[in-house]
Design a protein around this ligand. Sequence first.
Ligand code: MG
Ligand code: MG
Length: 259
Amino acid sequence: MVKPKTEEEIELLRENAILVSKTLAEVGKCVAPGVTTLELNRVAETFIRDNGAIPSFLGFEGFPAALCISVNDVVVHGFPSDYVLKEGDIVSVDCGTLYKGYNGDSAYTFPVGEVDAETRKLLDVTKASLYKGIEAAVAGNRTGDIGYAVQSYVESFGFSVVRELEGHGLGREMHEDPGVPNYGRRGRGTHLVDGMVLCIEPMINAGGRGVYLARNGWAVHTSDHRKSAHYELTVVVRKGCAEQLSTYDFIEKDGKINF
Ligand code: MG
Ligand code: MG
């Protein structure tokens, strides 16, 4: 039984979600050929701390950085490093905050300079599948409806869904019940009720769905070494239409941060 959040809790989660959204936009402004992923991490950590919050990923189960930064064939949980981004790469940036006792958690995959048409399509389809999932995150549905919406959309383009990792509830803990798989069957899984806060996060591969864990025990790679994309937003389950807490508006609409 998953307890829905109170409206007071939702407001605290919203504050975190907005901070995470703005942090992703700050990072996005720095994504360019020639930049290292450690530099992106530094930008995020500084911005989060300047806003009075804590980067929640740092130290989580031993994770060594503020951001998970996953380039090209890395699906998720990559370490920031001295790798220098180059034209045509894609870089998934996953960001978490802890503020006033609650968590924020969202991700965006940025193209580095110009990417090829197939890669652009992978990014567009993955992001669109996230919104398909959000459309299904309404009271009365079940988690399987979200998974089905993501999977059926993605597979219609010939891309594949990573099954080893999934979305989750969010609150005082970064990962709460229910799990939110990106594949599934309609009418199956956990019942969604008004006030449940979910992170929906499709991880979509250009090629096959197989993945493996790197020797560092964190980075998840595609088995065929083709590219993978990842987008994540936080939503509140509501009757009729989910309410988005985090947003890509700071990245996509403004091109700059609004306060
Ligand atoms: Mg995340
Ligand atoms: Mg997450």
